[in-house]
Design a protein around this ligand. Structure first.
Ligand code: SF4
Length: 354
């Protein structure tokens, strides 16, 4: 059956079941970085299992934590919008970083997803972050005037599926390009895409210059590579490194989700929208009201109300629901590896709670 969206797009948001890899992927030696070449390691850290695995892998390789930085993009910004993301994600990242004593930094587009979506004859909002020396920086915000007034569309076309590029990819690039620390020495960025997730991701280069790299620049030089450190890992291996370090995963996994993406991800399955409608009615209503206001639905041909009506409401663990919907992560990040067990969402459907 032909589907409208590639596996890669669905997987990005955690909504497709990955096809199993039958043969391990063999890399050429040049596809692996020599870690001793780098002065710093920047892990793009969503709080999801694959970015956690990248960080744990660095520790496993003997990289000291003071050479590592976790960097998290705030999808909803920092100005009060709560439309899309799990409320707990930011504090999960904070508690995770504290547990390991590793630096954590943030970047965000002002007003986050909601402001970008409501843009009317206005430029895209500026990006904010703090430099490693503690200086607050604001980049951009004076670009071309434009109007969105619609959700990112569930589409293969990145110009209409704007959220990941405007709220994550370009924000991360802006951070690296505009903090002068990245002009010194060599930086290795680590991201958590895995080949097992989709045929498209299986084709990603494992090791290459990052889009912010400018090693041959005439005026400003910046050496930045990107390494997809867990690209060849099956899911089992990801969970095994969680077990080895005794890491408690993001609450979304305890609720039965196979991946941690935005709570109200545009790629949500009927079950996920049914979950949202039942357990997160305020979020759901805001999204549904925006669909009505814009007269454009997220998925072509079906409103979120219609999509939710096709899904079965999953039974969610009350404790983890409360944690996921709170803003303070109270459970321990580090558990006893000897008694560590898989979360409900491990090896299950990636399309929502089971
Ligand atoms: S809604 Fe969030 S998780 Fe889904 S595609 Fe957009 S940025 Fe990614």
């Amino acid at each position: 059956m032909r589907t409208l969206f590639s596996d890669e797009e669905l997987i990005h948001c955690g909504l497709a079941r990955p096809a199993p890899i039958r043969h391990p992927i063999a890399y050429e030696p040049h596809e692996r970085p020599n870690l001793s070449d780098y002065d710093r390691f920047l892990v793009f850290f969503s709080g999801g299992k694959d970015s956690v695995a990248c960080f744990l892998w660095l520790l496993d390789q003997g990289i000291p934590v003071d050479k590592i930085e976790l960097h998290h993009h705030l999808v909803d910004g920092r100005e009060g919008s709560k439309l899309m993301d799990w409320p707990i994600t930011t504090d999960y990242c904070v508690k995770f970083a504290q547990a390991f004593g590793v630096r954590l930094s943030f970047s965000w587009k002002e007003g986050g997803f909601e402001r970008e979506m409501l843009r009317e004859n206005a430029p895209t909002a500026p990006v904010h972050f703090y430099t490693q020396s503690g200086e607050k920086r604001q980049i951009g915000g004076d670009g071309k005037l434009n109007t969105r007034k619609k959700f990112p569309q569930v589409s293969a076309d990145l110009s209409v599926r704007w959220c990941s590029s405007y709220l994550k990819i370009s924000v991360g690039e802006s951070y690296i390009v505009n903090d002068p620390v990245f002009r010194q020495g060599k930086t290795l960025v680590l991201t958590g895409e895995r080949a097992e997730e989709s045929a498209a991701r299986a084709k990603y280069k494992v090791f290459e210059p990052h889009r912010a790299d400018n090693r041959n620049g005439a005026r400003v030089k910046r050496w930045v590579d990107v390494y997809r450190a867990v690209h060849g890992w099956p899911e089992q291996q990801v969970w095994e490194i969680f077990r080895k370090f005794g890491v408690n995963p993001h609450p979304a996994y305890h609720l039965g989700l196979g991946r941690t993406s935005c709570m109200a991800c545009i790629f949500g399955s009927p079950k996920q929208w049914a979950m949202l409608k039942h357990y997160m009615p305020t979020h759901f209503k805001s999204i549904s009201d925006y669909e009505t206001l814009f007269n454009t639905t997220i998925k072509r041909g079906a409103s979120v109300v219609q999509t939710a009506a096709k899904g079965v409401v999953p039974e969610l663990d009350r404790f983890w629901l409360e944690v996921a919907m709170g803003e303070t992560f109270t459970p321990q990040i580090l558990l006893n590896p000897a008694t560590w067990s898989y979360p409900l969402g491990a090896f299950g459907e990636s399309s929502g709670p089971t």
